[in-house]
Design a protein around this ligand. Sequence first.
Ligand SMILES: C[S@@+](CC[C@H](N)C(=O)[O-])C[C@H]1O[C@@H](n2cnc3c(N)ncnc32)[C@H](O)[C@@H]1O
Length: 236
Amino acid sequence: MARAALDKSPGDVAAMFDDIAGRYDLLNDVLSLGQDRVWRGAAVRAVDAYSGELVLDLAAGTGTSSVAFTSRGARVIACDFSQGMLRVGARREREEGSSRATFVAGDALSLPFADRTFDAVTISFGLRNVHDVDQALQEMRRVTKIGGRLVICEFSHIPVAALDRVYSRYLAAALPMIARCFTANTGAYSYLSESIADWPDQRALAARLQRAGWSRVAWRNLTLGVVALHRAVRRA
Ligand SMILES: C[S@@+](CC[C@H](N)C(=O)[O-])C[C@H]1O[C@@H](n2cnc3c(N)ncnc32)[C@H](O)[C@@H]1O
């Protein structure tokens, strides 16, 4: 069963998501106790896309994070490099007879879009899996229009040390154990725990956004900091 390591080799990451694509959305709901819906709602409100706008949902996977951005008439491109995840998303759209998101295969490190294409770029639970985070932040800026916005929804760290220790134990032990009941690829969920533990905290990620050229960088914690929503604007 494919699983990635913390070097996040692109081939391993894509193969791992190809492997779990069929059960990906179900496991999200189970492992987050339904909180993923709350986090996605917060991301949609932060992007605040409206009619006539074009939104890039990067590392969109099956498109679960994508379709809600169209609720007020914006168009959304759902881009990912896992063919397996894209196939599940495109099949679901076909079955529902809807075409709310346009699925495009592409790598966050070399996006297949022209400079200054999008009014807003967003990435949910994807940036942590990218091999070169700083390069991805620069690519996202390149394809954003001047004045356009960025929203990153990603697992983060609970600022209260005692709570963070309890949460870390859930991640390391309970999460892979629960995942075992739903998928043969338990390695993918061990990777999930390890990659969250290894991910920079809110302040460190904000500093990287600034270094990549983003302006007005800010964040807010969701569910006590289990997830953080980073926002920024492309000023020039
Ligand atoms: C945890 S899933 C998130 C999917 C979706 N955004 C969501 O919220 O459910 C992470 C996704 O990141 C994608 N990914 C990782 N590295 C990528 C890269 N360099 N370029 C494009 N997609 C990437 C994976 O293929 C996977 O579908």
